[in-house]
Each structure stands twice: as structure tokens, then as C-alpha cells.
Design a protein around this ligand. Sequence first.
Ligand code: PMV
Length: 346
Amino acid sequence: KTLEKGAVSWQSPSNIALVKYWGKYGEQLPMNASVSFTLKNCNTKTLLSFEKKNSEGFDFEVFLDGKREVSFEPKILKFFERVEVSLPFLKNYKFKIKTTNSFPHSSGIASSASGMSALALCLMDMERQFQPEISEAYFNEKASFLSRLGSGSACRSIEGPLIVWGEHPEIEGSSNLFGSKYPFEVHENFKNYQDTILLVDKGEKQVSSTIGHDLMHNHPFAEQRFKQANDNLSKLIPVFKNGDLPEFIKIVESEALSLHAMMLTSMPYFILMKPNTLEIINRIWKFRNETGSNVCFTLDAGANVHVLYPEIEKKAISEFIKKELSQFCKNGEFIEDKVGLGAERI
Ligand code: PMV
């Protein structure tokens, strides 16, 4: 089949890791397995329009919220170069990539997972127009594979609610090449799990995650860290099954702090947490001690705090966040999100 011109559009969410990916080798392959909740409200919508061309080389333009955004183009060029072997039609088309995020651009929320997965899905959608016979499973697997080449963690955004990425001896079907659905039983305590993202610092990160991953080469604690992450994923298997929230909290918070401990002990070392990050963590611990709540936190490679809690605590925790935690956010801002089911064609 030949395609002269057309357009495809996908919406893809962000995700939040419970066991963190930090350290990679080869072409965006993880040094340890990770697992994440797919989010629902934080997402990117991408419209990819394409037109056949005869000239050589890659040809694309990127628009964010309707405005040309040349600063994104080097990253996307690199992505095109990496995926071309898997999508041989790329050089035959001129592309316009029009993208919008549901969350504020400068919020400090990484748009790379949602953005790269949305683009990968649009390209996969074109591929399916050439090969309509491919299965849904193949489509998702290859979309995840391609997303990974854009941004490692993006490969966990295609489906939901719980996605594993990275070979793990106890998780059948797990692969370093793509993310896949967590294959075992998940207790209903984790259904509709809530994630309120507290926007502590909206500035550009001082150290990109690319540099952070690189610093895990020759890191004094690297081997221990990769083992710890795989062990934590093993420990989560019974926790997901029996709904043991206190155990879940221990693992998730320890993962967040271990991720940042790697940054503190890199050479050069760096700190992405801010004073308000620590203030929020201490308030969460105090609240949990005083009330017996199952609220906990996790962190990405930045100062923002993800506040995780079961759906039945929604009312109490929303109040706690508004009254006590929002004062530590830039302009009092936070985003209420929860676990979602993955990307959608639009
Ligand atoms: O996908 P990257 O290369 O931006 O790495 C993201 C890594 C963390 O967000 C810090 C952890 C994770 O597993 O998502």
C-alpha cells in the first residue's frame, strides 16, 4: 500500500516509577528492571501529518501549542535516526509534528515520556496503514520499543495500569527492549491509586536525566543499586497481590530516596531536591504517624513530589494537601492525577 498524505493523532500519558530506572547501557537499555503506574491526566496529544516527498534525508517540523519549537528538533532527529531501521518509510515523508501537553510546559513535569510515546504511536499508526494485518499485541510492543528509543521511561506509557520494563527473573515476558503489562494479580487496594503532583520547582533541571544515567557508569554504588532495584521489584510481587500498603510504602519511598542517593554520590555529585521537597516529605511522615494514613511519596529526577495514596483516602488527603502541603509548592500549584490505562488513538 502507498500513502500519499494524511494525518494520525494519539494521546499518551506520563507515568510514575515505583521502582526506578537509573543507569543504562547500549541503545537505551536499562541496567535494572523498573515498574510504574501509568498516569491519566498528565498527557501529550500529538497530531502527525505526513506527505510523500522525493528529497533525501529526514524532513520534519515540530510545533508546541501551535508554535514552531526548534529546540525540540535535535532530540527528535536523534529519535528518527535511531528508529529508522525499524520504520524504513521515515525518509520518504515530510512530517509536521503538532503537540500539546495537558500540564503546564514549564511545570517541571517531564514531558519526555508522554511526548515520545505519543510520537512513537503516531509513527506506529502509519506503519499499521502499510501492514493492516499486525496484531494489537505487536502494535503495543513495537510502539513501546520505539518509545524507549526516544526516552527510556517512555516505553512504560503505552499501556496501563502497571507496567514493567527490564528483564526480571520472576516476571515472565519482561524485556529490556519494551515495557509490558505487569502479569500477576493486583489487589484492589491499588485500583484507581491517586497521585497528586506537587510542583515544588518549575525551573529547568540543572542536571538532565541523560547526564544522570551516564554518571551511573563507574558509580561506586552502581552494582548494589541495580541489585536493590531488582530485589525491590521481587518484594513488590506479593505486596501487589495481598494489598499490603505499609510494605508498599516502605519500598516506594526507599526507591525514591535511593534514586536521589545515587545523585548525591555521583562524581560530579548533584542535588535535585529543594528545601521544600524535604519539608513536604517530613510533613507526609508526620501526618502518617499521627493519622495512620497510607499516604506516601515518590520522586522523579527533580524537586517535585508525587503524593501517592489509595482512592478511599482521597477526601482526607486532598484536604491535607490543600491545607498543609500546597504552601510549599510554587504558586501553590499541584496536579491531581491517578492511575490510567494508557494511550488512546484520537
Ligand atoms: O526516561 P529518562 O531517560 O528521562 O529517565 C527517567 C528516569 C526516572 O524518571 C528518574 C525514573 C524512572 O524510572 O522513570
